[in-house]
Design a protein around this ligand. Structure first.
Ligand code: UT7
Length: 329
């Protein structure tokens, strides 16, 4: 019997309307457009404004658009893996909330927390369900309302992050297309350099934690940068090597969008020219779990069946990983 691969058969995305520009940030913190652009590549990011709106509210239009594109109903989805660092609530899982909102009555699901590597981990785990032969429609969603955990008085973080959500449908393919390989890595000793200190069982919410700004994302940028630059490039090079891919064999690199300099270092290590590297960081900033699916969504029209695509990410935890896939449509 032919091996079953998990193929992406549809992608979609959603970004909120509100555009937070570098110019507007200049009025909020001591920063400037020149610094942000040259150090990160970001010009603007989207912010989900409005009372009572959460991460799942970006996932709903993204997934509904995907279902329409693929011509299937929500009831056909069997499993939802919701990759997010900003779930609607600590529990229940945002996967459950999404399933309810879109009417995915036959699906079970869970949230996957791997910070910025979430979508790569989500594809890797989602693929296993398909490869086992037990599942035929697995929805992997990656999205974050980062603005809900950002301190807009902290210039070390507020210039970087934005809100957005993307999704991909995995279905079986026996013609050799789909996810061919994945590498997922974690190193918990990096937890002190990028985290949200309070709100978990270690430091439950209290007046003290709120006063100490511990419900916001905290990042030691330089340290994270060093690990990210090394590990994202390394893991992308590793997946190429173990699949005997030369740089000319790779059609596209889809990197996590944390910093243009980290993306450039990864592309250099892989020997790729800039026209093969997907970058939208200038418009959306770092949407954490949303970056990779939003790139897939925006570049979908340019992909050709059989294109070798390498995804790579690095995030808090530390977490990092890479997926190698052959585009299936
Ligand atoms: O997605 C998950 C993983 N996250 C990442 O991959 C992020 C990795 N880190 C980074 O991308 C970068 O470290 C940052 C973009 C966060 C910061 O860039 P950097 O080049 O590492 O800057 P830095 O922290 O070393 O600061 C350089 C200078 C400092 O001034 P002095 O000490 O040289 O006078 C900072 O005070 O820039 C100053 N600075 C700023 N200036 C204007 C720091 N933040 C800002 C700012 N605007 N927002």
């Amino acid at each position: 019997m032919q091996k079953i691969h998990a193929a992406i058969t549809a992608v979609n995305g959603y970004v909120p309307e509100y555009v937070l520009t570098n110019k507007e940030l200049e009025t909020m913190v001591d920063t400037n457009d020149e610094w942000i652009t040259s150090r990160t590549g970001i010009k603007e990011r989207r912010i989900l404004k409005g009372e009572g709106l959460a991460t799942s509210d970006m996932a709903v239009p993204a997934v509904e658009g995907l279902l329409k594109k693929r011509g299937i109903s929500a009831e056909e989805i069997e499993l939802i893996i919701f990759c997010t660092t900003t779930p609607d609530m600590p529990f229940p899982a945002t996967a459950n909330i999404l399933a309810d909102k879109i009417g995915a009555k036959n699906a079970w699901g869970y949230d996957l927390q791997a910070a910025c590597s979430g979508f790569v981990f989500g594809l890797a785990t989602g693929a296993s369900f398909i490869e086992s032969g037990r599942y035929t429609k697995v929805l992997v969603v990656g999205g974050d309302k980062m603005s809900s955990i950002i301190n807009y008085q902290d210039r070390a973080t507020c210039i970087i992050f934005g809100d957005g959500c993307g999704c991909a449908l995995l279905e079986p393919n026996t013609e050799g297309y789909g996810i061919i390989d994945s590498i997922c890595k974690t190193d918990g000793s990096g937890r002190n350099f990028l985290n949200m200190k309070a709100g978990g069982s270690l430091r439950p919410a209290s007046h003290e934690t709120v006063d100490a700004n511990e419900h916001y994302a905290y990042q030691e940028g330089q340290t994270v940068f060093k690990f990210a630059v090394t590990n994202m490039a390394e893991v992308a090079a590793d997946i190429m090597e173990r699949n005997q891919l030369q740089s000319e064999d790779v059609a596209w690199l889809v990197p996590h969008q944390a910093n243009k300099r980290i993306i450039d270092a990864t592309a250099n290590r892989m020997g790729l020219s800039s026209d093969k590297v997907i970058i939208n960081i200038e418009r959306y900033g770092n949407t954490t779990n949303g970056t990779i699916p939003l790139c897939l969504w925006e570049w979908e029209d340019k992909f050709k069946k059989g294109d070798n695509i390498v995804l790579a990410a690095f995030g808090g935890g530390f977490t990092w990983g890479s997926v190698y896939l052959k585009w299936a449509y």
